[in-house]
Design a protein around this ligand. Structure first.
Ligand SMILES: *Cc1c(COP(=O)(O)O)cnc(C)c1O
Length: 513
């Protein structure tokens, strides 16, 4: 029998029913518009530090995921194989290596960008792609010959970075077709090359004459077209999918155990650690919340935002209010609301004003989300805010500070470490927290590094361009990204950003697969 932590409920539901893991993964969003959460967070074994300390990333992933997915749904051997396949294309044997930033005492970077597209999103999307294929294969293998297969048509919009991670996660997957819309001329050349040089038959990139907002609105319209949806089973891989959060919990454990191996013997007992997370949609740091609640001894989680600081403002005031999106140097964090924050808030509400009642929590969340869409803001009770503050610290970083941090980190580290602008937002906030904590050398800081600097050349060159000896080509750009410029591209141009045009293009392409 699946345990409560292996069944999922919606953050907006007033009922007690729950769904299996597969349902949550394939649907993505609950029917009532809420997000799926395990209503009970599982616990690691009480001696997990002893038991798990020397496991590989893949072995840790298995231990963590097993707690959230029942054996009835995915047997042990299948789960192990899914995990092994998902992390076979990473360039680091550690998958997510922990490296010390030697300009600061006790400050480490957890490098999450060693996947196929040099983005942190690979950690989750490689797994999600395999999971989609696994569930489809299971369904389709039961069908008699000649009966049409279940399929998924993934449709998504990207402003640059997420698109390639989704494409590399889903390329060549059976019964999955992928359409990624991006605004013509508004993604960087490298990002466009990454997306459009993938030649697998199931991958389609649509270059849309319009803005990123046009692309996003088109994707929404496709999802809302019931007839089209029924026919093509349109699916999403955006950051609200529970499987993405699940896959990310692993690296908090892996980061902690790597730290244990790296710190001096004297510091090992009673090791204290704070994680600093460059945040946008709150998926990355939410995985840290789960890791902590499962039993990982984390002192604190720190939300680092750019000038789009809705989370930082909420944690100071208790009011969650939308502001227009600002364009910053860390574009993957340019959001006006953080979609995964709803999951965290559900637990905060449930454990305070809802008296631990799941349904009552759903009811309150429903009110909040209605207020957010009608008035653009909602306010939580004082005790809910206090509970949230007990888990999260926060800080917001300007563009100038981002550039200064890339520069100072390069100058103050013995190996001239080069940060990308997102990771620099994390390091800026980490340095502030270290200063506030004073001389407490027992605390270690792990700042998450979410992208490779090669992907954000403009900002990196702005920070380092005038330093003698620095060269982007030589110091930053990896060989396989350099190579992309020479590969043939597969692009479908969309001249008019209209639903009918997009749907016709999708149908036309599907025939050619
Ligand atoms: C997506 C992304 C983030 C933000 O992660 P969330 O889970 O949305 O908070 C940060 N940095 C990079 C490079 C990203 O691609």
């Amino acid at each position: 029998m699946p345990s409560a932590s292996q069944r999922y409920r919606s953050t907006r539901s007033r009922e007690s029913q729950s769904k299996p893991f597969e349902y949550a993964v394939i649907r993505g969003l609950a029917e009532d518009g809420g997000l799926f959460v395990p209503s009970q967070i599982p616990h690691v074994p009480s001696d997990f530090i002893k038991q798990w300390a020397n496991l590989s990333f893949q072995e840790l992933a298995f231990k963590v995921m097993r707690l959230y997915v029942s054996r009835e749904e995915i047997p042990d051997t299948d789960l192990a194989e899914l995990i092994s396949k998902s992390y076979s294309k990473f360039r680091s044997p550690e998958i997510t290596p922990l490296v010390k930033i030697d300009s600061q005492q006790n400050l480490y970077l957890l490098e999450l960008f060693h996947g196929p597209t040099y983005a942190f999103k690979d950690v989750a999307l490689q797994f999600l792609g395999n999971l989609f294929e696994y569930f489809l294969l299971k369904k389709n293998s039961k069908k008699a010959a000649g009966v049409t297969h279940d399929r998924i048509t993934v449709v998504g919009a990207t402003s640059g970075d997420t698109g390639s991670a989704a494409i590399y996660g889903l390329r060549n997957k059976k019964d999955v077709s992928v359409f990624i819309l991006y605004p013509t001329g508004r993604v960087s050349p490298l990002q466009e090359q990454q997306m459009t040089t993938v030649q697998d038959a199931n991958i389609h990139t649509l270059s849309v004459k319009g803005t990123f907002d046009d692309c996003q609105s088109l994707v929404k319209q496709v999802f809302n077209d019931v007839k089209f949806n029924d026919k093509y089973h349109v699916g999403a891989v955006n950051s609200i999918n529970w499987a993405r959060i699940l896959a990310q919990i692993t690296y908090y454990y892996h980061g902690y155990f790597q730290l244990l191996r790296q710190v001096p013997e004297a510091q090992k007992s009673g090791l204290k650690v704070k994680f600093v997370v460059p945040s946008g949609n709150f998926g990355d740091i939410l995985a840290g919340y789960y890791a902590k609640q499962m039993g990982l001894p984390v002192e604190q989680l720190v939300v680092a935002t750019n000038e789009n600081d809705i989370l930082n403002r909420f944690l100071r005031t208790g009011t969650y209010d939308k502001a227009p999106v600002k364009v910053t140097y860390s574009p993957a964090m340019d959001i006006c609301v953080s979609s995964n924050f709803e999951r965290f808030l559900w637990y905060m509400v449930r454990d305070t004003v809802a008296s631990k009642d799941d349904r009552e929590a759903g009811s309150i969340m429903n009110q909040f989300m209605n207020e957010l869409s009608s008035k653009g803001a909602f306010r939580v009770a004082e005790e809910t805010l206090r509970l949230a503050q007990s888990f999260l610290l926060s800080g917001s970083v300007s563009n100038d500070e981002t550039v200064r941090t890339i520069r100072s980190t390069y100058q103050n580290t013995s190996n001239h470490y080069i940060l990308d602008p997102h990771s620099a937002v994390g390091i800026s906030v980490a340095e502030r927290i270290i200063a506030e904590d004073g001389e407490d050398t027992a605390i270690n800081y792990i700042s998450l590094s979410t992208a490779h600097p090669a992907k954000f050349s403009e900002v990196v060159n702005k920070a380092l361009g005038d330093i003698t000896g620095y060269s982007f080509e030589k110091d930053v750009l990896p060989h396989d990204l350099k190579k992309l410029a020479t590969l043939p591209k597969k692009i479908k141009e969309i001249d008019i950003p209209e639903l009918k045009v997009i749907e016709a293009a999708i149908e036309e392409e599907l025939v050619t697969e």
